[in-house]
Ligand binder design. Structure first.
Ligand code: SF4
Ligand code: FE
Length: 510
């Protein structure tokens, strides 16, 4: 069914076979009934619901290049730089609505990365991975699946490569090859939305060497495949909303929405040949990682900006409720927050606008600008959060429990002494402070802060790519030419010669 709504999405999750999911020391028999899972499902459900909203339908959907049908943009192979820009705008929109991670972008980024990588593998090895992947892509968009992009291996000893680990399962690998498919073993960490997904796309996490062919595996699996175990990740203050009462809802800061990460263990899971998209082609593992990472670094120029909008809205509101909204330094801090947030958006738009078409036909972001985007994301949300905490004041962390707010013995005292600006509602103030606590220190900080640091690669990964892509040699040609010549012709000739020399040095040998 193309274009599910939120209700149909929830029903589709309930139709999956029983899955092995652990949370807080217990196996979840009915995962969809657990408040943590429910909140995270609500965030994903927004991506379905907004596709039916007349105001947002045009942004949330696209015309498929594979089928010609209207599909959810989260299942779309980008067909232009306008499509790439719309992806970022869509992510900002959904981020504004839930203020947390809506989990669906990893699958979209894996879709576009694998579409391109399988095309390149086939060109070199005359394999038929791309045809298989097209069939998967068509099924993904026509069923409106949410797909988990499973890239990050647990990695064991970071000083050792996959083949050097004392336990070879520290990177997911093929442990058996059969006539009809492969058997995989290993684990993927920080799996965003894995438990809320229909399918999983497994990919290698690093560029690989000759003796690491078993680690060069990319494939698709149903999320409920036999042999997969999920262990839910804890989030700061995640027990706040477990009480199921009014006080828990207030203290949780944002009771309706949440993100989700899980450790995902593949214990000898069989994958049929038609779902295998790379097996042993080590030369292409690095390309696949780079494609996926660039797309996901672009994603952060949308999703984190949407969450930033919530943070800025919270800053302006708490300033109003505290009675300081007109103070010059508060207004300036809010301007600074907007400046930082819009800079991130500008980076997301820029790497999209500068996109190019790949040989496979889908469009790719400008990788240098995507890495610059993500590098800024590792910093600016922290500064926005710092300013938000500055404006909120210390009450954010010394506020009594909502149980005291609702307790008749203390309610009147708190109503009197937690009053803010004349005429404002103290409960609104309490709720806003809890939202700020959640965004900057609680469950929401996973999506807004720590994921900004480490999601789509930690800061050093972007610095390596920026170093690789920035073309400093070309910049040296400009500087040298200007310094060495005092006449116009001399400068121009030196630049032309210098650039031609660089091009010749880069051209593949005949
Ligand atoms: Fe999407 Fe952002 Fe969540 Fe990544 S962190 S899945 S880009 S919402
Ligand atoms: Fe992420």
């Amino acid at each position: 069914m193309t274009l599910m709504n939120a209700h149909q999405y929830r029903e589709s999750l309930a139709r999956r076979r029983p899955m092995k999911i652990y949370l807080d020391g217990k196996r979840l028999e009915n995962p969809l009934e657990h408040p943590s899972v429910q909140a995270s499902v609500n965030s994903v459900a927004l991506t379905y619901e907004l596709a039916h909203d007349p105001e947002h339908r045009a942004l949330m959907t696209a015309r498929s290049a594979l089928s010609g049908e209207t599909v959810n943009r989260f299942c779309h192979l980008h067909q232009s730089s306008a499509d790439l820009i719309d992806k970022v705008r869509m992510q900002r929109l959904v981020g504004q609505r839930c203020g947390t991670c809506f989990q669906r972008c990893v699958g979209l980024d894996a879709l576009n990365a694998l579409f391109a990588a399988t095309f390149e593998i086939d060109r070199k090895f005359a394999t038929n991975y791309h045809e298989r992947f097209r069939a998967f892509a068509l099924a993904m968009e026509s069923n409106d699946w949410i797909v988990d992009g499973a890239m990050t291996d647990v990695k064991g000893d970071r000083s050792r490569r996959p083949a050097e680990q004392s336990d070879p399962d520290m990177y997911l690998r093929v442990v058996e090859r059969r006539a009809d498919g492969v058997v995989i073993r290993g684990a993927k960490a920080h799996q965003t939305g894995a438990i809320n997904s229909h399918w999983v796309l497994v990919m290698p996490t690093v560029a690989l060497r000759d003796d690491e062919g078993d680690y060069a595996i990319a494939c698709a699996l149903p999320a409920d495949a036999e042999g997969i175990t999920y262990i839910y990740g804890r989030q700061s203050c995640d027990e706040r909303k477990l009480g199921g009462d009014a006080a828990s809802a207030i203290d949780s800061g944002s009771a309706c929405y949440g993100g989700q990460e899980a450790l995902m263990i593949f214990d000898d899971v069989f994958v049929p040949n038609e779902s295998v998209f790379m097996d042993g082609e080590i030369a292409f593992a690095g390309l696949l990682v780079d494609l996926f990472a660039s797309y996901h670094r672009q994603s952060y120029g949308g999703c984190k900006v949407g969450k930033g909008d919530v943070a800025i809205g919270a800053a302006a509101t708490i300033a109003q409720l505290n009675g300081v909204e007109r103070a010059a330094h508060i207004r300036d801090k809010i301007i600074e927050m907007n400046h930082l947030n819009e800079t991130l958006f500008a980076c997301g738009i820029a790497c999209s606008a500068n996109g190019t078409q790949l040989p496979a036909g889908n469009w790719f972001v400008d990788p240098l600008l995507a890495n610059v985007c993500k590098q800024n994301v590792t910093r600016f949300p922290y500064e926005i959060a710092r300013l938000l905490q500055d404006i909120a004041g210390g009450l954010m962390v010394t506020l009594p429990s909502a149980k005291d707010w609702l307790n008749p013995e203390t309610a009147a005292l708190l109503r009197k002494y937690l009053a803010g600006a004349e005429g404002s509602d103290p409960e609104e103030r309490i709720r806003m402070l809890r939202l700020i606590e959640n965004l900057t220190m609680g469950r929401g900080a996973v999506a807004y802060l720590t994921e900004s640091m480490h999601g789509a690669g930690s800061p050093q990964a972007q610095r390596i790519m920026i170093g690789r892509l920035a073309n400093v040699d070309e910049k040296k040609v400009y500087a040298r030419s200007l310094a060495a010549h005092d006449d116009l012709e001399g400068v121009e000739a030196a630049i032309r010669t210098g650039l031609a020399g660089l091009r010749a040095a880069k051209a593949p040998a005949a």
